[in-house]
Design a protein around this ligand. Sequence first.
Ligand SMILES: C[S@@+](CC[C@H](N)C(=O)[O-])C[C@H]1O[C@@H](n2cnc3c(N)ncnc32)[C@H](O)[C@@H]1O
Length: 242
Amino acid sequence: MNQPLMSKRPLPNINEKPTYVNHMFAEIAGTYDLMNRLMTFGLDQLWRRELLTLCELPPHGRLLDVGTGTGDIAYQAMQRYPSVQAYGADFTYEMMAAGVGKMPGRVLPFTQADTLHLPYPDNTFDAVVCGFLIRNVVDRPGAFQEQARVTKPGGKVICLETTPPSNTILGPLFQFYFFNIVPLIGQLISRHGEAYSYLPHSTVDFPAPAVLQRIMEESGLRHVFYREYMMGVVAIHVGTKQ
Ligand SMILES: C[S@@+](CC[C@H](N)C(=O)[O-])C[C@H]1O[C@@H](n2cnc3c(N)ncnc32)[C@H](O)[C@@H]1O
C-alpha cells in the first residue's frame, strides 16, 4: 500500500477518494500522532476525552472506534474506563500497525475494515465512535447507518470532526493556519505536505454542524445533538440508536 499518492490535486474525485485516502494515511502513519499533537497544540486529546464522556459507557461495556487510525480514542477509553473493552477498525493497515502496543498491559484488537461494511453482527457495541473519519467518507449516511447497525439499542453513535471555517472574525485566521501553516509543518514532520493540504480542503468541503445533524437523523439516529469546541473549529455529534 506504500504507493505514491494518486494525484497532485488536494481533493480527489468521488471514485478515487477511498483509494486516495487509504494511500495517504498509509504514507503518513509513522508521524500521524506527532503531527496531531503539534498542529492542535495537544487539544486533539481533549476533544477525544469529551467524546468519551458523551458515550455514557456502562461498566464492562464494549466500544468500537471506527476509522481508529493509531487507536488514540480506543486507547484513551481503556485507560479511562479500565473495565471497558475497546476495538479499533480502519481500512488502512499501516495506521493500525503504527498503533500496536501503545498501552502497556492492554491489547487493543485492531480489524482492517471499511466503515461501510463493518464485520460485526447487529447490536454488538454499547457505543460506536469515530474521530476525523467522516470527512474522508463519500457515503456519509451509509457510514452512520452501518455504525448504528452494530450499536446496541439505546447506545450512542458519536462523530468528532472538524467543521467548515465559520464567518466569525476568527474564521479567516483559522483558515490561514490550516491552509498555510499546517501543510508546512506536515511537510517538515511527515515529508508529505500534500496530505496536510488535503486536511483543510476536506474541511471546507464538509457539511456545517446543523447539516451533519440532519444527515445523522436521516440515517435513523434519534435525539441527535452536537457540541462545538475551540470556537467552532471542531464539533462532536451524538445520536442514539433506537
Ligand atoms: C484522520 S484519521 C483519524 C484517526 C483517529 N480516529 C484519530 O482520532 O486520530 C482518519 C482515519 O480514517 C480511516 N478511514 C478513512 N476512510 C475509511 C473508511 N471508509 N473505512 C475505514 N477507515 C477509514 C483512515 O485510514 C484513517 O486512519
